[in-house]
Design a protein around this ligand. Structure first.
Ligand code: HEM
Ligand SMILES: *[C@@H]1O[C@H](CO)[C@@H](O)[C@H](O)[C@H]1NC(C)=O
Ligand SMILES: *[C@@H]1O[C@H](CO)[C@@H](O)[C@H](O)[C@H]1NC(C)=O
Ligand SMILES: *[C@@H]1O[C@H](CO)[C@@H](O)[C@H](O)[C@H]1NC(C)=O
Ligand SMILES: *[C@@H]1O[C@H](CO)[C@@H](O)[C@H](O)[C@H]1NC(C)=O
Ligand SMILES: CC(=O)N[C@H]1CO[C@H](CO)[C@@H](O)[C@@H]1O
Length: 323
């Protein structure tokens, strides 16, 4: 009898854990701030209507947030005092779109003070900014994240892969966030939108193995085009489209480009250097497959080390921790 009660207890505990309160939910703010998700979408769409590059900017900020200390809006914190915050780290180079997050946060604070986290606003706004041209949600975002109180630029390297990463490095850094090779390839598809500074890939053009050569795995004609856009030494202000002629359109063209050895970074080209990964590049050329896998992988990325329940806090201002 006692034995059975213990088994039953373990069973009940086990089930409530698996389906329980320690997870993100669909429409978490349904009762606490009914208009939250609509408000995020309205403001994001009105800004996206005036800035065709907004989707790329906010999507990248969300990625950088999730890969360092989980999706806890640590990337949004400004540096205070001497400990440099994540957003001041080198690989940021060009993180943008923070002012749109600030605007959304201040509008939401007017109707639901200290209810909606900056981490959720960032995840929703990334989806909404990319979705604007389609006038529908391109993937589902679960909510219930809370905001962290720590942001350290020293934690960026070692968590965010560099543009010159090889396949093993990419696979390991993603695995460390519980993301699979499928997630790695699908999420790299984010490079179908946005731009990069010449410095991120100029070594591939001018000094690949340290003797003035060009990366032989890069399409030769494309390398010449890139050299004309990015003279040596690399300018710190010039940017190029990562997916030429299609860098404002969220589509499968990135995978076509990678397949033609026109992936801009070594990390893009690296997706062809592993058999499994290369097959995934092939399969994601199909639009339906890409959109559905990207959505699943964004959900996985959006769950990395999230703060739930009573952990963390709901910031009043996304740039500073609460007093
Ligand atoms: C797989 C490893 C990855 C590497 C090595 C990488 C590297 C980079 C680099 C070097 C840039 C250019 C930054 C600049 O020069 O300004 C960039 C831009 C970008 N990345 Fe990634 N990235 C990776 C994964 C991701 C993921 C997972 C996402 C999102 C899901 C993402 C989204 C973006 C976007 C949207 C841009 C363009 C930003 C803009 O135009 O403002 N990247 N990435
Ligand atoms: C969002 O925009 C729609 C259409 O402009 C409007 O009807 C709705 O009231 C807005 N909702 C919120 C919460 O701002
Ligand atoms: C639209 O964007 C331009 C240029 O980025 C900016 O000067 C202008 O203020 C923006 N307009 C609105 C309504 O946001
Ligand atoms: C990721 O790396 C950190 C530190 O390098 C380690 O503590 C952690 O267990 C790793 N997580 C996974 C899922 O591999
Ligand atoms: C090319 O790389 C090598 C090895 O890293 C370095 O010694 C050399 O100065 C570089 N040359 C140029 C022109 O940057
Ligand atoms: C947006 C942002 O914070 N950019 C920073 C990225 O890193 C460089 C170099 O560390 C800083 O100068 C930028 O301000």
């Amino acid at each position: 009898m006692k034995f059975h009660i213990v088994i039953l207890l373990l069973f009940v505990l086990g089930v409530s854990r698996a389906s329980g309160a320690d997870k993100l939910k669909k429409n978490f703010y349904k009762n606490s701030c009914r208009q939250a998700e609509t408000l995020v979408r309205n403001i994001t769409w009105s800004r996206a209507a005036n800035d065709s590059k907004l989707g790329a900017k906010i999507l990248r900020v969300h990625y950088h947030d999730c890969f360092v200390r989980g999706c806890d809006a640590s990337i949004l914190l400004d540096t205070v005092g001497t400990d440099a915050a994540e957003k001041s780290a080198r690989p940021n180079l060009s993180l943008l779109g923070f002012e749109v997050i600030d605007e959304i946060k201040s509008e939401i604070e007017k109707v639901c003070p200290q209810v909606v986290s900056c981490a959720d606003i960032l995840a929703l706004a990334a989806r909404d900014a990319v979705s604007f041209p389609f006038k529908k949600d391109m993937w589902e975002v679960y909510t219930g994240r809370r905001d962290g109180r720590i942001s350290l630029s020293s934690e960026v390297t070692g968590n965010i892969p560099g543009a010159n990463s090889n396949f093993a490095t990419l696979k390991n850094l993603f695995a460390n966030k519980s993301l699979s090779v499928t997630d790695l390839v699908a999420l790299s598809g984010a490079h179908t939108i946005g731009v990069a500074h010449c410095g991120a890939f100029s070594r591939r053009l001018y000094n690949f193995s340290g003797n003035g050569d060009t990366d032989p795995s890069l399409n030769q004609a494309y390398a010449e085009t890139l050299k004309s856009q990015c003279p040596n030494p690399a300018s710190s202000t010039i940017t190029v489209e990562m997916d030429p002629q299609s860098s404002e359109s969220f589509d499968t063209h990135y995978f076509t480009a990678v397949k033609q050895n026109k992936g801009l970074f070594q990390s893009d080209a690296a997706l062809l250097t592993n058999t499994a990964s290369s097959k995934i590049v092939d399969s994601l050329q199909k639009a339906n497959t890409f959109f559905s896998q990207f959505g699943k992988s964004m959900k996985n990325m959006g769950e990395i080390e999230v703060l739930i329940g009573n952990a963390g806090e709901i910031r009043k201002n996304c740039r500073i921790v609460n007093a």
